[in-house]
Write a protein that binds this ligand. Structure first.
Ligand code: ZN
Length: 397
């Protein structure tokens, strides 16, 4: 055999093994339950209704692409902006819950409510996509503990205690005002009440102090619904430190990796921060109205002229590897932030049809089918079941 034929043969064998592996990834994506704990589509629908039962190009989630990607249970984010704190937050949460309910009632053969682990399993069997809800920001509790049960009854199954600003429950990693040094006295009661009622506590967006306080108070496992590893973005509190991941795992919880490129890579985060600072400086210097049309136009043009680049699907696997090395296979999952991070999604992971790519990279990295099942949804279902169990034990007391 000549050297040329030898090389050609090995290239053919290699490409057919990677072909086979890709087919295996596609098959796995269809067979196993894929849960994503953070998809911001309701926010897109609030700005203008889209028929998400069909393929569309105004966002990253619809029924057709979800089916292609094998996605079974995307948590719809009931996102309530920090500006609603003490200013109609509960009403805004109701608006968003109404949007999710409308999607389900418009397309009952495609989407379904999922208020429990059993619901997710049942919908999976019937081929419907579950739309469980997670509330991003605790502001809608409006200082009344009874609202925890109220939102449970409305279908909320996790609450991110704070968002971009410190609120009456907790400090936020994005806010320089750390008014509570962690959780407020009311926030500590909220943790207890969520355990009792059976809502998962989400520590994404919180300060380290607040997150550690949640972990020491909560009787049930906790999630970080859409955060990545701070190991790759040192000093950025929005991602989880190794210490925090270890404490989260000890409590039985799971970190759901955010796919946003700046969550995954320091160089991209740096370029994003520089753009933001440059834009803010220009607006200040030219005394332009902060949220006005001119500022918006300038900002859009600036981002276009200063692209920050994209991470790669392999970067998500690096974050998963990091968690697995730290705490094992039982404490990691997906919290993509699809429809929530703008034009910042990695190459090879642009919308909900791409989960097979991610599974392919996990297979290439040596993860077994059993491991992949845990990462894709098993870990989250375990946490959710434990939260349900602790709440029902409490009910029996
Ligand atoms: Zn968020």
């Amino acid at each position: 055999m000549t050297a040329f034929v030898g090389i050609l043969l090995s290239v053919l064998i290699l490409s057919s093994t990677s072909d086979n592996l890709y087919k295996k990834a596609q098959k796995l994506a269809k067979e196993i339950i894929i849960i994503d704990t953070h998809i911001d589509t309701p926010g897109i629908l609030e700005n203008g209704w889209i028929d998400i039962s069909k393929r569309h190009n105004k966002g990253e989630f619809d029924y057709v692409r979800a089916k292609e990607g094998g996605l079974d249970a995307p948590f719809m984010s009931v996102y309530v902006s920090a500006r609603f704190e003490n200013n109609g937050a509960k009403k805004e949460a109701e608006n968003i819950i109404g949007i999710v309910n409308k999607v389900i009632s418009d397309f009952p053969d495609k989407f379904a409510h999922a208020n429990s682990v059993i619901d997710v399993l049942t919908n999976y069997k019937t081929g419907k996509i579950s739309l469980p809800m997670g509330m991003e920001n605790g502001s809608p509790l409006e200082g009344d503990l009874k609202n925890v049960k109220y939102f449970y009854d409305r279908g909320i199954r996790y609450i991110t205690l704070a968002h971009a600003q410190s609120n009456h429950i907790s400090d936020s990693s994005y806010d320089t005002n750390k008014q509570w040094n962690g959780l407020s006295p009311f926030g500590k009661k909220v943790v207890e009440e969520m355990n009792k009622v059976g809502i998962m506590i989400d520590i994404s967006h919180l300060t380290d102090d607040a997150a550690f306080q949640v972990l020491s108070l909560s009787k049930a496992p906790v999630i970080a619904s859409h955060s990545s590893c701070r190991f790759f973005t040192p000093g950025w509190e929005r991602n989880m430190s190794d210490e925090l991941i270890i404490a989260l795992a000890k409590n039985g919880g799971t970190i759901q990796i955010n796919f946003g490129s700046s969550f995954l890579r320091q160089d991209i985060l740096d370029r994003e921060n520089k753009n933001r600072t440059d834009i803010a400086n220009y607006i200040n210097e030219h005394k332009i109205m902060q949220n006005g049309k001119e500022a918006q136009e300038y900002s859009e043009k600036y981002w276009k002229e200063h692209p920050v680049g994209y991470a790669d699907v392999k970067d998500v696997v690096k974050h998963i590897d990091h968690v697995v090395k730290l705490v094992g296979i039982d404490h990691v999952g997906f919290g993509s932030d699809f429809d929530g991070v703008g034009d910042s999604l990695p190459i090879g992971l642009k919308d909900v049809s791409y989960y097979p790519n991610l599974i392919y990279e996990l297979l290439k990295a040596g993860y077994s089918e059993k491991d992949i099942k845990k990462i894709c949804g098993g870990n989250l279902l375990r946490v959710w079941s434990e939260v349900e169990k602790i709440a029902s034990n409490n009910f029996l007391k």
